[in-house]
Structures are given as structure tokens and as C-alpha cells.
Design a protein around this ligand. Structure first.
Ligand SMILES: Cc1cc2nc3c(=O)[nH]c(=O)nc-3n(C[C@H](O)[C@H](O)[C@H](O)COP(=O)(O)OP(=O)(O)OC[C@H]3O[C@@H](n4cnc5c(N)ncnc54)[C@H](O)[C@@H]3O)c2cc1C
Length: 329
């Protein structure tokens, strides 16, 4: 049994920032992460790689299309996709390496494996660094995963998620994006700028559900001008792969033939196999861990942060606490 002041489960932006800050404030911190690289969805397969590709594809598109208006002639613009993806991978490893450096600098003990709560202040690590840990405080920062869509089975290749869409080995001729949230739209726009025909299927009658409707309307106008086709009010009922082709079934419409499908219909909190029941942490109706404004769950000694709790990750900072968590309190 290893003792620490704080155990953080998950090393995404919720977990790693908390771990580093707690260590800077003097706590002995352990962080359990099942992936080899630190940084979570955001750094490995989310915000960072998607923004690296957004920037690269924007530059490519500008060189080929937009600069002429400024009186700049660029001849022979060519896409080197392998190089573009290589740069994205490099940006990711610089960032994951940066988190690893900060863990080392702040003397955070990293355990590789799956963290499971077994009782008050107790967490087991299952996997590579198998161990039993004990601490007064436990922070759950396990993030979220891609939400499934009924009738569509992911194959990790032609029918995939944002993770696959960050690394397509060639520009799809026709990419169908299911779900007009920000993840589908940003990756749809990347591949559209690189030359793919992109069709976005959205169940609702608007894009960017949950976001300001004026901004969504303006965004739809801009994306349409860029060449993305929107089919709003479209209910996808299935996707069938046939060799290198995929046929997407939409209620009341003919099947759509394409060569890649990106399923991006939302994300769900990661709470399965966490052992929350062993300490009596109950989930809210949307499967998230309920917290107060100080990220405390309703079970003493347990905290939660990030995609596993309510609100977008850029939610307003909660009111300041009188004092930070201390190893003695
Ligand atoms: C393509 C894409 C683009 C995005 N772009 C943006 C953006 O521009 N801006 C923005 O704010 N957000 C963006 N997001 C969302 C952002 O990635 C998440 O909001 C953020 O990563 C949530 O952080 P987190 O720490 O809660 O969880 P995560 O980053 O998901 O990290 C959780 C970590 O916990 C680990 N884990 C889970 N369960 C266990 C367990 N039991 N034991 C051990 N480890 C475990 C996981 O392996 C993971 O590394 C994007 C997401 C995607 C997919």
C-alpha cells in the first residue's frame, strides 16, 4: 500500500493541471493514467492535434486560393499530407512531453494503469504499475469518450471517430460527418480545405446545438461558402461498409455513398469500472458526477473535474475558496 496526500485519476487537462498545482502547493501527489502519454484526450487526440491540422489546412488553402486576392501569386501549391500529419504528431509529443516534464519537476508519482476506487481514500491501479494506493483526497478526472450512435458500428477505420479523422492516410474523396457539433465541424473543415467533399448530417434543424444560435447561423453560412454541404433534419439509421466504400442510411433519403464516415454525435462521461458505488457516489441523470462549486462530490474526500462533471470545460471559474486543499485538513 502506497500512501499519498492526493490521488488523481486521469491525466487530462482536468487531472494534470490539478496534480501539478496540488504538488506546487506542497501535497504528495499520485496520478493514475491508463494511456502511455500524459495529457488526456485534449492533448493526445483532441484540442491540440485538431488545432495543429486546422492551422496547417488553413495555410494550405490560403496558399492555393486566398492569396491571389492580395496580389500574391503562388504557383505549384501541393499537399504533402504525410508531412502535415507528421508535424501534428510532433506538436502532440511536444505537449505530452511537456506534461511529463512538469510531473517530474513537481515530483508527482505517475502510475500507468486503470484506477479503480475500492473504498474511502483507497484506489487500486490495475495494469502496468499495479498497486494499492491510499490518500486523504481523491480527484476523479477521467474525462469522456465518444458517444455511440445506434445503428452505426465503429470499425476504427472507414467508420470512425475524431481520433481516426486526425490521421486519415489520404484525403477522402467524400467524407460524411454525422453530427454538426464543433468536433465534427472542425475536422470536416480540415478535410474540406484539403480537398474532400464533405457532407454533414445533423438530426436537428441547426448546426452547433447548444451554442448561441446567431453564431451557429453565421458559422453555417461561412462553412457552406467554403463548400461543406449540410443536410439538417437528417436522422442517420445505419452505416454499412463495402470494401473501401461506406453507405450511410438516412431516414427518408437515399443511401449516401462515401469513403469515410466521422461519427461525432457527442461525448459521454467515463465512469464505468471506476468503483464509484464502493463509496456511494451516485451519477446525475446524464451520467456525470455531481459536484458543488468547489469541485467536491457529495462524498467526503472525493472531488471531480473536467468532462466527467457538468458544464463545458471552459465554464466560469467557481468562486475562490478561502484556502487550497491542504495535506493536513
Ligand atoms: C477532436 C477534439 C477537439 C477538441 N477541441 C477542444 C477545444 O478546442 N477546446 C476545448 O476546450 N476542448 C476541446 N475538446 C474537448 C477536450 O478534449 C475535453 O474537454 C478535455 O480533454 C477534458 O479534459 P478531462 O481532463 O476532463 O478529460 P480527458 O482529457 O478525457 O482525460 C481523461 C484521462 O483519464 C484517463 N482515464 C479515464 N479513466 C481512467 C481510469 N479509470 N484510470 C486511469 N486513467 C483513466 C484517460 O485515458 C484520459 O487520458 C476537444 C475534444 C476533441 C475530441
Amino acid at each position: 500500500m502506497k500512501k499519498h496526500d492526493l490521488i488523481v485519476i486521469g491525466a487530462g487537462p482536468g487531472g494534470y493541471v490539478a496534480a501539478i498545482r496540488a504538488a506546487q502547493l506542497g501535497l504528495d501527489v499520485a496520478c493514475i493514467e491508463e494511456e502511455e502519454a500524459l495529457g488526456g484526450t485534449c492533448v493526445r487526440v483532441g484540442c491540440i492535434p485538431s488545432k495543429a491540422l486546422l492551422e496547417a489546412s488553413e495555410r494550405y488553402h490560403a496558399a492555393g486560393h486566398d492569396l491571389a486576392d492580395f496580389g500574391i501569386k503562388v504557383a505549384g501549391v501541393e499537399l504533402d499530407l504525410a508531412r502535415m500529419l507528421e508535424r501534428k504528431t510532433k506538436v502532440v509529443s511536444q505537449n505530452t512531453g511537456g506534461v511529463a516534464y512538469l510531473f517530474k519537476k513537481n515530483k508527482i508519482t505517475r502510475y500507468r494503469g486503470h484506477g479503480r476506487i475500492t473504498g474511502p481514500g483507497r484506489v487500486v491501479v490495475e495494469g502496468q504499475d499495479a498497486n494499492e494506493l491510499e490518500a486523504k483526497h481523491v480527484l476523479i478526472a477521467t474525462g469522456s469518450s465518444v458517444a455511440p450512435l445506434r445503428g452505426v458500428t465503429l470499425d476504427g477505420d472507414r467508420i470512425g471517430t475524431s481520433t481516426e479523422a486526425l490521421s486519415y492516410p489520404e484525403v477522402p474523396k467524400h467524407l460524411v460527418v454525422i453530427g454538426a457539433g464543433y468536433i465534427g465541424l472542425e475536422l470536416g473543415s480540415v478535410w474540406n480545405r484539403l480537398g474532400a467533399k464533405v457532407t454533414v448530417l445533423e438530426y436537428l434543424e441547426r448546426i452547433l446545438p447548444g451554442m448561441d444560435s446567431d453564431i451557429a447561423e453565421e458559422a453555417e453560412r461561412i462553412f457552406t461558402k467554403q463548400g461543406i454541404e449540410f443536410r439538417l433534419g437528417s436522422k442517420v439509421t445505419g452505416a454499412r461498409r463495402d470494401g473501401d466504400k461506406v453507405f450511410v442510411s438516412v431516414e427518408g433519403q437515399p443511401d449516401i455513398e462515401c469513403d469515410r464516415v466521422l461519427v461525432s454525435v457527442g461525448r459521454v462521461p467515463n465512469t464505468t469500472g471506476l468503483g464509484l458505488d464502493t463509496v456511494g457516489i451516485e451519477l446525475d441523470p446524464r451520467g456525470r458526477i455531481p459536484i458543488d462549486d468547489d469541485f467536491r462530490t457529495y462524498v467526503s474526500g472525493f472531488y471531480a473535474i473536467g468532462d466527467v462533471v457538468r458544464g463545458p470545460c471552459w465554464r466560469t471559474r467557481p468562486k475562490k475558496r478561502a484556502s487550497p486543499v491542504s495535506s493536513t485538513s
